[in-house]
Write a protein that binds this ligand. Structure first.
Ligand SMILES: Cc1cc2nc3c(=O)[nH]c(=O)nc-3n(C[C@H](O)[C@H](O)[C@H](O)COP(=O)(O)O)c2cc1C
Length: 378
């Protein structure tokens, strides 16, 4: 990891070390990938004001996230199938986050189960929920998250149907991931990945095993999700979830001011302004484009988290300047995991932290609380 200087280096290494189907699953977006590209392009257009001769010797990234101290305003977003990017990927990513003093969010669609992670780490983590048709099973999933003392529930609201990711279909992404003959040539050139996966605890969806039909057969991932996820899910169901989950609730996938206003009345403590990293509604605006108006309208009533396109500390600074209190990263750490397991995730976090502290310094800012839109050039 010595020569890794930026997230793009981790992406290149991930691409070399992990089979194409799993790299593409992490890297690509839905349909023509307009929103995926907009997330990056719109962040890159935001310019900083360079300020000079300010005492920047006391720079400090520490903050709090949902009332808990955090080493910096960064969260590892829920990412499905981490355990296919690296054996026991969810455990390794959670350990890296906890060592760095930031929250880790486990996806419903993880390879390791909630209990696998809980028994392998020291501190609580967050759990992300997708609501499926079998509400009895969803209730039991929430109860499992309560039993292991997850410290926040992230309800993802932007995936009732799946935005088609062409590349997953072309690559034959299946559930459980298939070890077909056609993939063996690719696997044969990735021996470190293969041995990591073989040593891992599991090779299918750890949270869902034994509960849902379809996980025993091999089905296209998108077909399976479309058949299992609950398309009736609506705002009234938040009350039902809150009747089971007593803790902090975060609604992830808000991209519209009107929805943000409704979200503020649900009793949820936070929203994530997000378009699922350009993997769902293609043609939706970038997350950064809508962030300022959403932060203006509900930022005084709930905590605003942001994701979509963050690949650097500069990007974190841009989102904080436009009203986010903290940022989630998805691909940035998934690349790290594919590139080098726990060390790779730690590297991704370290790269972003160093870039953020330097950017703060060059903008004449010492603390996270000081970052406002006056750090931006208009
Ligand atoms: C490979 C991959 C899998 C994902 N799986 C989930 C998931 O299971 N649940 C969820 O709420 N979001 C999921 N997301 C979306 C992320 O939580 C996050 O919103 C997105 O990655 C942010 O964009 P970024 O990758 O540009 O940082 C996934 C994203 C990626 C890249």
């Amino acid at each position: 990891m010595k020569h890794i200087t930026c997230i793009e280096d981790l992406r290149e290494l991930h691409k070399r070390r992990v089979p194409k189907a799993f790299f593409d699953y992490a890297d690509r977006g839905s349909y023509s990938e307009e929103t995926l590209r907009a997330n990056r392009a719109d962040l890159q257009q935001i310019k900083f004001r360079q300020r000079v001769l300010v005492d920047i010797s006391k720079r400090d990234l520490s903050t709090n996230i949902l009332g808990e101290p955090a080493a910096m305003p960064l969260i590892l977003a829920p990412v499905g199938l981490l355990g296919m990017q690296h054996g026991d990927g969810e455990i390794l990513a959670c350990r890296a986050a906890q060592a760095a003093g930031i929250p880790f969010t486990q996806s419903t669609m993880s390879i390791c189960s909630i209990e696998d992670i809980a028994s392998s780490v020291d501190k609580p983590f967050w759990f992300q929920l997708y609501v499926m048709k079998d509400r009895g099973f969803i209730k039991s999933l929430i109860e499992r998250a309560i039993a292991v003392k997850c410290s926040a529930l992230v309800l993802t609201v932007d995936l009732q149907v799946i935005g088609q990711r062409h590349q997953d279909i072309k690559n034959g992404m299946t559930v459980p991931p298939e070890w077909s003959v056609s993939k063996l040539i690719d696997f044969a050139t990735k021996p470190t990945w293969v041995s990591g996966i073989l040593r891992g605890k599991r090779r299918t969806f750890g949270n869902l095993v034994g509960h849902l039909k379809g996980t025993d057969d091999v089905t296209a991932l998108s077909v399976w999700i479309n058949s299992q996820f609950d398309t009736t899910l609506n705002w009234k169901d938040i009350d039902w979830i809150r009747s089971i989950w007593p803790g902090k609730l975060i609604l992830k996938g808000i991209l519209d001011v009107e929805d943000a206003e409704i979200a503020a009345k649900t009793g949820a403590q936070a929203i994530v302004v997000s378009n699922h990293g350009g993997r769902q509604l293609d043609g939706a605006p970038s997350s950064i484009e809508v962030l300022p108006e959403i932060a203006d309208s509900v930022g005084s009533r709930m905590e605003i988290m942001f994701d979509g396109g963050i690949r650097s500390g500069q990007d974190v600074m841009r989102a904080l300047a436009l009203g986010a209190k903290s940022c989630m990263i998805g691909r940035a750490y998934a690349y790290g995991l594919g590139a080098g397991g726990q060390e790779g995730v730690a590297k991704a976090i370290e790269v972003i932290a160093k870039e953020l502290t330097t950017t703060m310094g060059l903008c004449g800012v010492n603390t996270i609380a000081e970052i406002g839109d006056d750090v931006l050039a208009v």
